[in-house]
Write a protein that binds this ligand. Structure first.
Ligand code: NAP
Length: 487
């Protein structure tokens, strides 16, 4: 398939949308170039919203809010369900678009579209099951009634690594709860967000319920929205560094925050693990999205007895992956998102190698256009290098040797992050014990993939606050209201 055919796919009138989306209207504009990471070419340009545009989006979300919160849950549910159906019908065009602007391999992009759409289906179902609570006071003399109300206007900020799924994981529960939203997608991948909004419009989302803004000045634009008393919620997915800035900003107006931040996942393999299953899991946990995932296995801790064979077999699997243009159907690992991303990986790997790590495959960026770093395995990695402590966010598997269960837990916890961990052992009691000992919000036991719309996704420590997905995800967009009732 040629590049031009793919661009024709992008130009599908159903999906192609240009401009800010405010109050149900499209406003054309330019200012932010969108690059194709596979080639470095410019794909499109999207508008650069300023503070005035953001305040108009808040006005639009406010104008739609009262009606939307009173819209019967069944009706909200049916709109989300139609949006799910439309995403499914347009899955192939959306996958091409994601691959074009993000660079991920088409198979990963297809997987993302299916995963992203499921959040609309799941929250279409949850919209009709929002519960409350009734109980007697301990004295038995009074009653406690707890209702859940939509929290209000929500600002949603998403990263580039899952441009569709990070948006639906927020929009789905927010709309199901009865909130109106302003979505600010990452500047690298706005086209997917605009295409999704177009489908939302077709699904019957009323004007102003979902607004989409792109900006090159996210700090000032977000600060302005958070200081508006009508905005009651910030749901952010991105790096821990930006999360800290936004928490400080939100504190000024005490805006309710959900934070899905960075990760540094340990992948622990015991001697008694099913080696084939562990390798399968390792490839998924490391290489989904070319390693650009918050749940990506960053640190492989392998017990001495199988360490060498694990390194050897992981090396041959990684070396066999086909690296190339994301939207080439043969590609298994696409480019990184930017040239800066490649430089960061290069810095981490070079420093580890200067301290004694050995590359068994890969180990240096590839020259030429596009932002390519090859699948890499590093053995003998010292635990005091930056590679062990920073998010790699690329196709680099760093392998460390360990001896005892206690050592594995100590090493796994030696990080400020606490998002995801993986444990492989045939002894389920041990796997659960180790899983409990690791301080993360999520643990894969003999599994390399944990994301599921029905599960509570989120982190401990500096990986975040709150959960997305599952039955808890909708409560992040609701305010409990307690009625002390005499009857
Ligand atoms: P990022 O640099 O933190 O950016 C995320 C979003 O925040 C983008 O939309 C960005 O806009 C915006 N932003 C940047 N600075 C801002 C500011 N001062 N105020 C308001 N918004 C601001 O993260 P990224 O590089 O896009 O994504 C990778 C990170 O996300 C990794 O750390 C990864 O682990 C994390 N992540 C976490 C999860 C999870 O569920 N825990 C899921 C996916 C990714 P611009 O693009 O315009 O700069």
């Amino acid at each position: 398939m040629t590049f031009n055919t793919l661009v024709t796919g992008y130009a599908d009138p159903c999906l192609h949308a240009g401009g800010l989306y405010i109050g149900g209207k499209w406003e054309a504009g330019i200012g932010i170039p969108v690059l194709d990471p596979s080639t470095g070419n410019t794909l499109a340009e999207v508008p650069d919203a300023g503070i005035d545009d953001a305040m108009r989006a808040v006005d639009a979300a406010e104008a739609a809010a009262a009606k939307w919160r009173r819209t019967p849950p069944r009706q909200r549910s049916e709109i989300l369900r139609r949006w799910f159906t439309l995403m499914t019908e347009h899955a192939e065009e959306l996958a091409l678009l994601i691959s074009l602007e993000n660079g991920k391999a088409l198979t990963d992009a297809r997987g993302e579209v299916a995963y992203a759409a499921e959040f609309f289906r799941w929250y279409a179902e949850e919209a009709t099951r929002i519960g409350g609570e009734f109980r007697h006071t301990p004295s038995g003399a009074h009653n406690i009634l707890v209702d859940h109300e939509p929290i209000g206007i929500a600002v949603l900020i998403t990263p580039w690594n899952f441009p569709a799924a990070m948006a639906t994981r927020k929009i789905g529960p927010a709309l199901a709860a009865g909130c109106t939203v302003i979505l600010k997608p990452a500047s690298e991948t706005p086209l997917t967000a605009y295409a999704m909004a177009r489908l939302g419009e077709e699904a019957g989302v009323p004007p102003g319920v979902v607004n989409v803004l792109t900006t090159s000045n996210p700090g000032a634009v977000t600060a302005a929205m958070l200081s508006d008393p009508r905005v009651r919620k910030l749901s952010f997915t991105g790096s821990t560094g930006v999360g800290r800035i936004l928490l400080a900003e939100a504190a000024k107006s005490v805006v309710n925050c959900s934070m899905e931040l960075g990760g540094n996942a340990p992948f622990v393999v015991f001697d008694d693990a099913d080696l084939d299953a562990a390798l399968d899991g390792a490839m998924v946990a490391k290489m989904r999205n070319g390693g650009e995932a918050c749940t990506a296995a960053n640190r492989f801790y392998v017990q001495s007895g199988i360490h060498d064979v694990f390194v050897e077999r992981l090396t041959s699997r990684m070396a066999a992956l086909k690296l190339g243009v994301g939207y080439d159907p043969e590609t298994q690992c696409g480019p990184m998102i930017t040239t800066q991303a490649v430089e960061k990986i290069d810095r981490l790997v070079a420093e580890a190698m200067s301290c004694g790590a050995r590359a068994t495959t890969g180990g240096a960026p590839l020259p030429g256009s596009g932002y390519y770093y090859p699948p890499t395995v590093l053995a003998n990695v010292p635990t005091d290098t930056a590679l062990a402590h920073e998010e790699i966010f690329g196709p680099v598997a760093a392998v460390y040797r360990f001896e005892t269960e206690e050592e594995a837990i100590r090493l796994a916890n030696d990080t400020e992050y606490g998002l995801a961990a993986y444990v492989y052992s045939r002894d389920i009691m041990r796997a659960m014990r180790v899983g409990r000992g690791i301080e993360t919000g999520m643990v894969g036991i003999n599994r390399g993939l944990m994301s599921d719309p029905a599960a509570p996704f989120g982190g401990a420590k500096q990986s975040g606050l709150g959960r997305e997905g599952g039955i808890t995800g909708i409560l992040e967009f609701m305010e409990p209201k307690y009625f002390a009732v005499e009857f």
